[in-house]
Design a protein around this ligand. Sequence first.
Ligand code: ANZ
Ligand code: ZN
Length: 840
Amino acid sequence: PIEYNPREIETKWQEKWEEMGIYRTQDDPSRQKFYLLSMFPYPSGNLHTGHWYAFAPADAYARFMRMQGYNVLFPIGFDAFGLPAENAAIKRNIHPKEWTYKNIEHMRWQFKRMGPSFDWSREIITCEPEYYRWNQWFFLQFYKRGLAYREKAPVDWCPTCNTTLAREQVVGEDRRCERCDTPVIKRELEQWKLRITNYAEELLNDIEKLEWPESIKVMQRNWIGKSRGATIRFPVEGVDDVIEVFTTRPDTVYGATFMVLAPEHPLVEKITTPEQREAVEAYKYQAARQSEIERMSTEKEKTGVFTGGYAINPFTKERIPIWIADYVLMGYGTGAIMAVPSGDERDWEFATKYNLPIRIVVVPPDWNGEPLTQAYTGPGKMVYSGPLTGRITLGKYWRDEWNEALAKEYGIELPPEGEEAKEAIIAHMEAEGIGHADVTYRLRDWLISRQRYWGTPIPIVYCPTCGTVPVPEEELPITLPDDVDFRPTGESPLKFHEGFRNTTCPQCGGPAERETDTMDTFVDSSWYQYRYLSPHYDKGPFDPSQKHWLPVDQYTGGAEHAVMHLLYARFWTKVMRDMGMVDFDEPFPRLYSQGVILGPDGQKMSKSRGNVVDPDALVDQYGADTVRGYLMFIGPWNEGGPFSTQGIEGMYRFLNRVWDMVLTPPDVPSDAQPSDADVRQLERRLHQTIRDVTNDLRQFAFNTAIAALMKFSNDLRDMKKTAVVNHPLWRESMETFIKLMAPLMPHIAEEMWVRLGNEPSVHTQPWPTWDEARAAEEAFELVIQVNGKTRDKMTLPVDISEEEAKQKALESPNVQRHLAGKSIKRVIYVPGRLLNIVAK
Ligand code: ANZ
Ligand code: ZN
């Protein structure tokens, strides 16, 4: 027998497919387009098992869609800017560009060994000037539209090295500089931001339209973090300023017994009394060292310092002390709060610790008059609240969140419109000019400045006369100079490159300086899907004549990009829509998120654990088809799972068995007559398998598709011992089996296809279709008559109902022809045999 030799056939077919150009996507208006996109990789230097797990099933899907007649666009590229390249430059003295391109070359080779059907002619590499030129162009459009602006923002700063630090350079729980171990502080630097918050509401509302995993939608919603409430103004004693607070609970304002400002709040300076200054300064310094995450942690003991200043509660007219505390963040709401210990746990903890007054304003419906022992956040009745006293508050809920279950749980009726305590107090505040209804978002504007070299230069020039001047579009791209010094300064090496930094002002021609920060690499991936339409187009980010490919029909990728990448890309598309470049709202209406492949020990693969599985070695040993098949067989694609050595052996044996089944001649006399029952059984299994594999692949259920093929191959191997091999259906079954496995294991399928005497390629064959009746467990032949004359015969499942049988009969063209111009009077149905249509 001929041996299955994956190494030989895989390289052979990879080369032939490339020669034949069968995966090159061309415009073809006769076929429906399908844009399938998998998140492009970072050129780290090595395609690991996780990459295979992302791309092999996606490739199978691309092949499946192609065979179903779609014109598929399935491109690939590299997300090539980023910090690792710069670290390699510093550590190993290799230029980031060289490092990146070497890695790309190696990964391209690794990719090709996997046999994917990418259209390589559309490859994009984001560190190419022809690509990042359009990052710069977009930046200028954003700037023109007021969506890019420069503002002071905190960065991590090492006071010893005197530089900014990237997030990765801050190490340890106590946040020290990676190089000199000095505690890191926050420092304010001028940085560029993109106004994503302008789109917060739309980004939130449009989540509903997305066919995405529910968990990712939830993460996006939480990241945007919309809160409803009110902004209230508190006058400050002794100065003209007022403190604005954002609160989700305006109904509790009578319980506001003190105020808390973020330590960075601009009014702290002004309010602090001389006696408190030293304590306030010391507190501010330590607060500046912490990350937002630490500051928000509910575990952490609350700390704070009294400023010495007082505000006036505009409702109770009481003097209330103003404190600073790090649990209030400058970047959220207004950076100041009215503290209501009885309604908020953090305020409760703070008040108890510092002996500040606690006033109960909302009591639970079943309150027995006892003092509270903790903050109460639920619905209830207002007490000690002036005109609000006696009213019902829904607590943290709003009218439209209220439902029967909640009403029952709390025993509270929804008050008439406008009379609920939050509604009533907001109306009152608005009338008095004390405050107004407001919403706030957790989402911040997108800080894109990076003090790094290996990224897109920001196309801005600073002129002593003209100020901030955008580089004219005709001068793009501003290219990265190669000859930079990679001293580990934490600043962008561009800052020390005189030739780059010094330039002339585009407006007045005088000497000026370029911006030396580069863009966050998330900019590159925010619009790359458009570039694949026309990767070398030089009149815009993409050729408008290629718009018919948009939007992406199916996006696939890892859940690690659930928030930032996807949110930024959604934002970018909305801006492009407002610029008139595209006419849809969402770049990726459908997203599938694959799971994670773990080591054989069930743990995350990592070098330090020593449980990394190297796909290259597996390909050497078993071939790419086995590795692809195995990864898809592990379990549902969105679940991932542990790698198993036994499993891969099993897949290899399966492919060998299939090879043998298809290519070794049967050992049955060629004149033996197959029985009707055997032929029917083969037909049934064939149609069942086509149906099952098709339905599975439609839903990315690669594992069950492979299971169906395994089951069918077992049946076929049994049937191969019978005379059914002499029936034409046998060959049809072999060829269909090959077609069904072609998307999953493309090389072996092609080789068997050709060895059966067919022309390459199996990958351009139409996808097999099935007939439900033939797939049915038992079928019968229905004779269809019109006015007593037989007009058609059909194979139908035995359990078909009269109504369904009639339906089927009426679908027959010949029956239709004989019914033309007549109207049906009666239908006589003999189950399992005959359907006679009487018509006049
Ligand atoms: C008074 C109050 C009374 C509050 C009460 C809550 C309960 P979310 O849902 O997260 O939006 N807050 C406002 N700005 C803040 C900041 N910069 N840092 C820390 N906390 C801040 O929560 C909004 C609530 O968090 C606001 O409502 C405010 O406390 C606090 F019974 O105001 B509340
Ligand atoms: Zn100028």
